[in-house]
Design a protein around this ligand. Structure first.
Ligand code: DC
Length: 225
């Protein structure tokens, strides 16, 4: 028996992180937020003074950093040299800098290898004891886990995505630039706006979080049956 992999991608403001995490909790699976690996790499580079323009240096830092993830959907934790940096990786400084890593193809390759190892481990052991993982991020259904049992692209109308992020704080104009601007930059290296073959599209424009979680759980149960 090997565990199930549920892969979810899509742009900012679709509710993908919350939905992935809650679905993992309901299904008793691990929850893997791959965006956090980009944020960890960014934080390390900021701390070590690595020049983001030096793509090879950033990738080398990714390969040598001592980072660890606790894939608990009830309280995911991100550790650097055993220091809990879960809050620090959400700082504005990291958020404003992370696209430097997300658009660095050498760093993406190194982070992708690490992500695949984590996913493989959850199929047989790991936090879920082999039950499996809900893994979320921009290139997960296409590049990182194209063989996942369930693959979902979460979408939502642009205005709704901006409004959802604005509801979390900040003014609408700033949020619009941040959400759409970052998607634009990131979409130069990853296509996360259209569903690949075999990927189910889940439009959350008119869905509550609970309804979106129900939809993901339903797809997972069909795949496990
Ligand atoms: O989802 P997030 O905001 O934590 O993602 C952080 C950054 O990493 C953002 O620029 C998107 C990018 N990312 C990516 O390119 N590929 C992934 N699998 C996950 C995140």
């Amino acid at each position: 028996m090997t565990g199930i992999v549920i892969a979810i991608d899509g742009p900012a403001g679709t509710g993908k992180s919350t939905v992935a995490r809650e679905a993992a909790g309901r299904l008793k699976l691990a929850y893997f937020d791959t965006g956090a690996t980009y944020r960890l790499a960014t934080l390390v580079c900021l701390r070590e003074g690595v020049d983001f323009a030096e793509h090879g240096d950033v990738a080398a830092m990714v390969e040598t950093m001592n980072a660890r993830l606790i894939l608990d959907p009830r309280g995911p934790l991100f550790l650097l040299d055993d220091e809990d940096v879960s809050r620090l990786i959400r700082s504005d400084t990291v958020a404003m800098t992370v696209s430097n890593v997300a658009t660095n193809l050498a760093a993406r390759a190194a982070l992708g290898d690490w992500q695949r190892r984590i996913i493989d481990q959850e199929r047989t052991d790991g936090f879920s004891h082999g039950r499996g993982v809900v893994v979320e991020g921009r290139d997960i259904t296409t590049v990182i886990a194209p063989d996942a049992e369930v693959r979902i692209l979460m979408t939502a109308d642009e205005e709704i995505r901006v409004a959802r992020r604005a509801a979390e704080g900040a003014d609408a104009g700033t949020v619009r630039d941040a959400v759409l601007g970052r998607d634009r930059v990131d979409s130069t290296v990853v296509n996360f706006l259209t569903a690949a073959d075999g990927v189910a599209t889940l439009d959350t424009s008119d869905l509550s979080i609970a309804e979106a979680v129900d939809a993901v759980v339903e797809l997972a149960k069909e795949a496990m049956a």
